[in-house]
Design a protein around this ligand. Structure first.
Ligand SMILES: NC(=O)c1ccc[n+]([C@@H]2O[C@H](COP(=O)([O-])OP(=O)(O)OC[C@H]3O[C@@H](n4cnc5c(N)ncnc54)[C@H](OP(=O)(O)O)[C@@H]3O)[C@@H](O)[C@H]2O)c1
Length: 252
């Protein structure tokens, strides 16, 4: 079993903060040359400094703009001198509101980013892997909410359910090109974004419904991520891997 990524180029979308920034560090530590992509380029520059220039590069990317997606891959190839072997399709956002209070604009923003954006990035990556005749691994960052709904996030839940089915459709189409496509479905992971909520009574109640009675830590995702990115999962494609402390099997 080999979880190393030496000699591979890995591109992580949404790498300016949160999970994406963490994933970039994990992949670099496993030996990959990493390309960090997002809209906030000043945050990417800080992350590149921390990981180590030479081992990390930053490219601007807005996943909702197909022109920006193509430009990001061209910039990644120019910076690394190679085609991207591993894509972590992580960029995403949520708008919290009951379904009946979700505006058409918020619905579009969530679907455009989490589903359509992920489609543009995955197909751009796969086309380049295929043209170069290189094996590749695409890991879509979904969510347990794409497998079982939660309240007040209908647009997010629909986008992640779509991403999970897109994962399977792409896996089927790309298997003969040696491009694997899998999804990681995290449960609730503690990040700066949600720390304040989980400190509240409502947040603490939610934690009590997780069978393991705790939030996930970013490091809980490291081994599953490396497994899906590396040759350790050479015979896995179209799989969805939840990492959630048992949340999906919580008692009804
Ligand atoms: N945290 C959790 O508990 C959890 C659980 C399950 C799944 N997830 C998923 O994990 C992923 C990362 O979440 P997170 O918690 O780390 O959230 P986060 O801290 O808000 O990070 C989201 C990232 O996505 C990027 N992004 C958003 N829109 C973009 C766009 N149009 N183009 C390019 N990049 C864009 C942002 O970068 P810029 O603003 O700089 O562009 C940012 O780096 C998301 O897909 C999320 O759904 C998170």
């Amino acid at each position: 079993m080999d979880l190393r990524l030496d000699g591979k180029v890995a591109l992580v979308t949404g790498a300016s903060g949160g999970l994406g920034r963490h994933f970039a560090g994990v992949l670099a530590a496993a030996g990959a040359t990493v390309v960090l992509a997002a809209r906030r380029t000043e945050k990417l520059a800080e992350a590149v400094e921390e990981i180590g220039p030479g081992r990390a590069h930053a490219v601007p990317l807005d996943v909702t703009d197909p022109t920006s997606v193509t430009a990001a891959f061209e910039a990644a190839e120019a910076a690394t001198g190679a085609v991207v072997d591993v894509l972590v399709n992580n960029a995403g956002l949520a708008k919290t509101a009951p379904a009946l209070e979700t505006s058409p604009q918020d619905w579009r923003t969530v679907l455009d980013t989490n589903l359509t954006g992920a489609f543009h990035v995955a197909t751009e990556a796969a086309a380049r892997m295929k043209a170069a005749g290189r094996a590749g691994s695409i890991v879509n960052i979904a969510s347990i909410v794409g497998l079982r709904p939660a309240g007040a996030v209908a647009s997010y839940a629909a986008s992640k359910a779509g991403l999970i089915h897109l994962t399977k459709a792409l896996a089927l189409e790309l298997a003969r090109d040696d491009v694997r496509v899998n999804a990681l479905a995290p449960g609730y992971i503690e990040t700066d974004i949600n720390a304040a909520f989980f400190a509240t009574d409502a947040g603490q109640k939610l934690i009590k419904r997780i069978p393991q009675r705790r939030l996930g830590r970013m490091s809980d995702l490291d081994a599953p991520l490396l497994m899906l990115c590396s040759d350790a999962s050479a015979f896995m494609t179209g799989a969805v891997v939840p990492v959630d402390g048992g949340h999906l099997v919580s008692s009804l």
